[in-house]
Design a protein around this ligand. Structure first.
Ligand code: COA
Length: 251
């Protein structure tokens, strides 16, 4: 377990909260490992009917820790050992209804993970960006498959390739946010929606959800294909220069 994440089971809902606010909830290897464990261990626990992922400190997550990217890329290691892949596989294999409560920025995997969710609530302060290409990278997390399917090619291109940021209302209009609420209502709304799902017949929910989703094998195949390209790109001069620019920006 990591000090940068809490997992609390309450009223049949498992709530995973990112708590690395001083680094804008940037995701470390330990955090990915703990998130994967929280999702995987819920699968055969009948007492858990629903999962919620949320941030803290006014941000959802600033995505993968760029220091980790810089170190791995500079060492020529790419993504070979990354726990991000373990987490993405857990998302692809997940069979429980998954909610996200997005308060503030959702960057990189913070946005792509939402396309594995079943219901997304955003605060009016939320924003969504996947700056993979500006960082010299390529989209990950099966987003190249799921995002065009969810919002259409043209909006997917602006988001995933051009790296354009969008706000909560645009995300709702695009169709990957269900509702936008004031920041102070976000946590309560997520718990209310989770309770609504938990009241439904569990087996019928599981079967119906499965009918709506792409098969896990297809998602994992795309995650791994993107992952190989992503790993190669991490060691590229373009990517290493972009990671360094982030840490040099305040100098
Ligand atoms: N990885 C590592 N550290 C990060 C980080 C990340 N993804 N995002 C933020 N941080 C750290 C900053 O380095 C800073 O650390 P410091 O206090 O030791 O200098 C701290 O978190 C606060 O971030 P800061 O940039 O000062 O806050 P801000 O409010 O000005 O901006 C963000 C917030 C999220 C917009 C900005 O930090 C950002 O763009 N982060 C990178 C996002 C990104 O490109 N992610 C990768 C996606 S693939």
């Amino acid at each position: 377990m990591t000090g940068h994440l809490t997992v609390v089971d309450s009223d049949a809902t498992r709530i995973i909260t990112l708590t690395r606010a001083d680094k804008k909830n940037a995701l470390t290897q330990d955090m990915y490992r703990a998130m994967a464990e929280a999702i995987n261990s819920a699968q055969h626990d009948a007492a858990i009917r629903c999962l919620v992922i949320e941030g803290s400190g006014g941000i959802f997550t600033s995505g993968n820790d760029l220091e980790d990217f810089l170190q791995a890329g500079s060492a020529g290691a790419g993504l070979r050992e990354s726990q991000a892949t373990t987490f993405l596989h857990a998302l692809a294999n997940n069979q429980k209804p998954l909610l996200a409560a997005v308060g503030g920025a959702a960057i990189g995997i913070g946005t792509t993970l939402l396309f594995h969710c079943d219901y997304v609530i955003a605060s009016s302060t939320a924003s969504f960006a996947t700056p993979f290409v500006p960082l010299g990278l390529v989209p990950e997390g099966a987003s190249s498959l799921l995002v065009p399917r969810a919002i259409g090619h043209h909006r997917a291109f602006a988001l995933l390739v051009m790296g354009r940021k969008i706000d909560a209302n645009d995300a709702r209009d695009a169709g990957f946010v269900n509702e936008v609420v004031p920041p102070e209502q976000l946590r309560a709304e997520a718990r209310k929606v989770a309770a609504e799902i938990c009241r439904l017949p569990a087996e019928a929910v599981a079967l119906s959800r499965q009918l709506l989703k792409l098969p896990a094998e297809q998602l994992i195949e795309r995650i791994d294909h993107e992952g190989r390209l992503f790993g190669e790109r991490m060691t590229s001069d373009e990517a290493i220069a972009a990671f360094k620019r982030f840490f040099d920006r305040k100098k």
